[in-house]
Design a protein around this ligand. Structure first.
Ligand SMILES: Nc1ncnc2c1ncn2[C@@H]1O[C@H](COP(=O)(O)OP(=O)(O)OP(=O)(O)O)[C@@H](O)[C@H]1O
Length: 677
C-alpha cells in the first residue's frame, strides 16, 4: 500500500511510518500504540493516521460533521466513551471511531460494537487494566565484551544495521581474529571462509549470526522483557481476570516463569549458582582479610597460652639483629601455625561457599612462610578471582542464552497478548457506555432506498428510509442526572419546525437527535430504546446564536444557509432559534424560505423556533410543525411532555400564563388577551 495514499499522510509522515516493522499492516491494524512507535508520531497523530487508513479502506472521503456544533457533539460523545476507559491506549483508540457516511465502515464498526457490548464490564478486569500499557522498545543496549568480525564490506554494513548492540570489526586473516580474541571475551566471525579456524579464546564462526539475534545478542530480548515486565504482568492479569487466560496467545505460566528468571536490568535472576559465583567474586577481598584475622586470633590465643623457652643465642640475635620473632613460629609453634592456616582456609571456603575445585585454589592463598600476623598470597587470590569470574561469566552467558531462547518464542505472541488486553479496554468502554445509558444498536438505513426512517411500523420503510426515528431516547448530555432524563420519542422526515414552551426541552431534543445520529454513524450504540436513522452525508447543527447579528454577520450567516440548501439531499440540518439573528418579521420569512428549499431537496431538517406560527404563515408550502407541549402549570412549574407531538403547534409559555390568569381571575381583560392567541 502507498502510505501517501492515506488521507493526512504526507511524505514526511510516510517516511516516519516506513521505520516501522511492517508499516502497511500496522497502519491498517488501527493499533494506535503500534503506529505511534514511528519516530515523531504521537498517539493523537497515530489515531488520525489510523482513521485515515479506515477512510481509505472504505473509500470514505466525506466529512459528516459539517458545523462547529456538530463537531462539538462528536467530542462530547467521544468524551463519554473516553471517561469509561482505563488505559491511555483505549482513550486514543476510541478516536478512530468517527461518524461515517460509508455503509461498509458503519457495518464494520457496528459489528465491533455489538461484540463489545456483550462484554461483561467486570470491576476486576478494570482494576487489572490499570497497569496495562503498550509495550515499549528499550533503547539499544551496547554489549562490550562481544564483537562481530567480517572481511566483507557488505556483510559489515548488514551487521551494523542488524546488530547495533555489538561492534563489528573488519578482519583480514586469522591473526586479526586472534587479536580480537584477546580484546573481547567472545568473537563471532560472520564469514563462512573462516570455518575451521583454530585460534585461542572464545571465537566461533557463525555465518547465520545475523539471522539469529536471540543467540547473537540475547541481551536484546532480555532488556525488552525486563523493560516491559510490568506491562506483561498486567496484560497477563487482565486475561486472567477476564477469563481468557486459556485462550491467551501465550502460556501465562511460561511467561511468568521466564520473567522470574530475569532481573530488572536485563540480567539473570534467581539462579543460586550464579548468585553464589557473583557473591564469591564480590566478597573475595573481604573474605581473605577476615580469614587472615581468624588465623591471627587463633595464633594469638595459642601464643598467649604457651610458655616459650628461648635459647640465649636466639634471644641475642633477636635483640642485636632485629631478627623477626616469626622465625620462632616455625620451630616452637609449627602445629599451632598449621592449625591457624587451616582455620583461615576453612573460613575462606565457607565464607565464599566454594566448590571443592575452587577450594583447592583457595588453599594456596594461605600457608606460605610462617608469619604473624598471618600473610596471604596475593597472586593466589588473583588466580582465584580470575577463575571465579570466568565461571560466573560462563554461567551467566549460558543462562542468558537459555532464557533468550525461551523468550524468543514469546516475543511475537506477547505483542498480541498486550494488544488484546488493551483492545479489551476499548470494548469494555463501549460496553459500559451502552449499559450506563441504556443503549441500543441503531438501524442505519440506506437513504436511497424507498421509505422514511421516521415512518413507524411502515412496511414500505423496509431497509431504506429518509430522516430519523428515535424511541425512548434519553440524552446523557442533559444538565440533570441521567436517571432523571425523561425518555423522548421523536421522528422526522423532511423539513420540520419544532415549537414548544420555554424550557420545554427543544434544544435538548436537538442535542439528542444530533448525538443519536453521530453515534449511529460512528457505528456505536445510541441512548434509546430503539432508533432508525438515515445514513446522512452531512450533519449541520447550528446552535442558538447569541443575540441579533450586525449586517455583516447576518449576511455571512445567510450565505452559509445559501450554501447549505445547495445540494442538501442527504443532509441532516438541525437549527436552534435562528430567529434571533435578526428582527422577528424578517426572520420568519427567511426561515420559511430556507425550510422550503431544504424540503424541496429532501433534506431532513428540524428548526426550533418560537415563531412557528409566523413561519408557517410565511411559507409557500405545507410546512410540518411539531410541538413540545406543556401539560399545564402546576405550582408555578411547567409540566412538560418531552416528546414532541407530531403536527402540533405547541402553545407558548405566555399563552399558558394568560390562560391561567383568565381561569384564576376571570374578567374581560384576560379573556380578550387569550383570544388573541
Ligand atoms: N428529556 C428531558 N428529561 C429531563 N429534563 C429535561 C429533558 N429535556 C429538557 N430537560 C430539562 O429542561 C431544561 C430546559 O431544556 P431546553 O433548554 O432544552 O429547553 P428549550 O425548550 O430549548 O428552552 P428555551 O425555549 O428556553 O430555549 C434542561 O436544562 C433540562 O434540565
Amino acid at each position: 500500500m502507498e502510505l501517501e495514499a492515506i488521507p493526512g499522510v504526507g511524505t514526511k509522515t510516510a517516511a516516519a511510518l516506513r521505520e516501522l516493522d511492517d508499516p502497511a499492516a500496522t497502519v491498517e491494524s488501527g493499533d494506535v500504540a503500534a503506529i505511534a512507535r514511528a519516530p515523531g508520531v504521537n498517539e493523537a497523530r497515530a489515531a488520525r493516521i489510523a482513521r485515515g487508513a479506515i477512510r481509505r479502506r472504505h473509500d470514505d472521503e466525506g466529512r459528516v460533521l459539517a458545523t462547529d456544533r456538530a463537531r462539538e457533539l462528536y467530542r462530547e460523545a467521544i468524551d463519554l466513551l473516553r471517561e469509561r476507559t482505563v488505559t491511555d491506549y483505549a482513550a486514543k483508540r476510541l478516536e478512530t471511531f468517527y461518524p461515517s457516511a460509508s455503509a461498509s465502515r458503519i457495518a464494520e464498526a457496528q459489528s465491533f460494537a455489538a461484540a463489545a457490548a456483550e462484554r461483561d464490564p467486570d470491576p476486576a478486569v478494570r482494576e487489572a487494566l490499570t497497569d496495562c500499557a503498550p509495550l515499549s522498545d528499550p533503547p539499544t543496549v551496547r554489549v562490550r565484551d562481544r564483537c562481530l568480525a567480517t572481511a566483507d564490506a557488505e556483510t559489515l554494513a548488514r551487521a551494523e544495521a542488524a546488530v547495533p548492540e555489538l561492534s563489528v570489526e573488519t578482519v583480514e586473516d586469522a591473526r586479526d581474529i586472534s587479536e580480537l580474541g584477546r580484546s573481547y571475551a567472545s568473537v563471532i566471525v560472520l564469514d563462512e571462509s573462516f570455518a575451521g579456524l583454530d585460534v585461542e579464546g572464545d571465537v566461533v564462526v557463525r555465518p547465520d549470526a545475523l539471522e539469529t539475534p536471540a543467540e547473537t545478542v540475547p541481551e536484546r530480548l532480555l532488556t525488552f522483557f525486563a523493560e516491559n515486565r510490568e506491562r506483561l504482568e498486567a496484560a497477563a492479569a487482565v486475561h486472567e481476570a477476564a477469563g481468557t487466560a486459556a485462550d491467551a496467545p501465550v502460556d501465562l505460566d511460561r511467561l511468568r516463569d521466564a520473567l522470574s528468571r530475569l532481573d530488572d536490568d536485563g540480567t539473570i535472576a534467581g539462579d543460586a549458582e550464579l548468585d553464589r559465583l557473583t557473591a564469591a567474586v564480590d566478597d573475595l577481598d573481604a573474605a581473605v582479610s577476615t580469614a587472615a584475622s581468624v588465623a591471627d586470633d587463633r595464633l594469638r590465643e595459642a601464643i598467649r597460652e604457651r610458655d616459650v623457652t628461648i635459647e640465649g643465642t636466639d634471644f641475642l640475635s633477636l635483640v642485636e639483629q632485629g631478627a623477626r620473632v616469626d622465625s620462632l613460629l616455625d620451630r616452637e609453634l609449627a602445629d599451632e601455625y598449621d592449625e591457624a592456616v587451616d582455620a583461615a582456609r576453612d573460613h575462606l571456603a565457607d565464607a565464599l561457599r566454594l566448590e571443592p575445585e575452587e577450594a583447592e585454589l583457595a588453599e594456596r592463598v594461605f600457608g606460605g612462610d610462617p608469619s604473624f600476623p598471618v600473610d596471604h598470597d596475593e597472586s593466589a587470590v588473583s588466580r582465584l578471582r580470575t577463575e571465579l569470574s570466568a565461571a560466573r561469566d560462563r554461567r551467566a552467558a549460558k543462562l542468558k542464552a537459555d532464557l533468550a531462547s525461551d523468550l524468543g518464542d514469546l516475543r511475537e505472541p506477547v505483542e498480541t497478548l498486550v494488544r488484546d488486553a488493551l483492545e479489551l479496554d476499548v470494548e469494555l468502554a463501549i460496553s459500559r457506555f451502552a449499559r450506563d445509558f441504556d443503549c441500543v444498536l441503531p438501524e442505519v438505513v440506506d437513504p436511497d432506498a424507498e421509505g422514511d426512517a421516521a415512518a413507524e411500523g411502515d412496511a414500505d420503510a423496509g431497509d431504506g428510509a429518509k430522516g430519523f426515528r428515535i424511541e425512548g431516547g434519553r440524552s446523557p448530555l442533559l444538565d440533570v442526572d441521567f436517571a432523571d432524563a425523561e425518555p423522548v420519542d421523536y421522528a422526522v422526515s423532511g423539513a420540520t419546525l419544532l415549537s414548544g414552551v420555554n424550557s420545554g426541552g427543544k434544544t435538548s431534543t436537538l442535542d439528542l437527535v444530533a448525538l443519536v445520529v453521530v453515534l449511529a454513524q460512528m457505528g456505536l450504540p445510541v441512548p434509546a430504546e430503539s432508533a432508525t436513522v438515515e445514513r446522512f452525508e452531512e450533519i449541520h447543527y447550528y446552535a442558538k446564536s447569541q443575540g441579533t447579528l450586525d449586517a455583516g454577520a447576518f449576511e455571512a450567516t445567510l450565505r452559509d444557509f445559501g450554501d447549505l440548501v445547495d445540494g442538501a439531499d442527504g443532509r441532516l440540518v438541525l437549527v436552534d432559534e435562528l430567529e434571533s439573528i435578526t428582527e422577528p418579521g424578517a426572520s420568519a420569512k427567511i426561515i420559511a424560505g430556507i425550510l422550503e428549499a431544504l424540503d424541496d431537496q429532501h433534506a431532513t431538517a428540524v428548526f426550533v423556533s418560537h415563531l412557528a406560527r409566523e413561519i408557517r404563515d410565511a411559507a409557500d408550502f405545507e410546512v410540518a410543525v411539531d410541538g413540545i407541549e406543556a401539560a399545564g402549570l402546576a405550582d408555578g412549574e411547567l409540566r412538560v411532555n418531552r416528546s414532541p407531538k407530531k403536527g402540533h403547534l405547541a402553545r407558548s409559555t405566555p399563552e399558558l400564563i394568560v390562560e391561567k390568569l383568565a381561569d384564576d381571575r376571570g374578567g374581560e381583560f384576560y379573556g380578550d388577551l387569550l383570544e388573541k392567541f
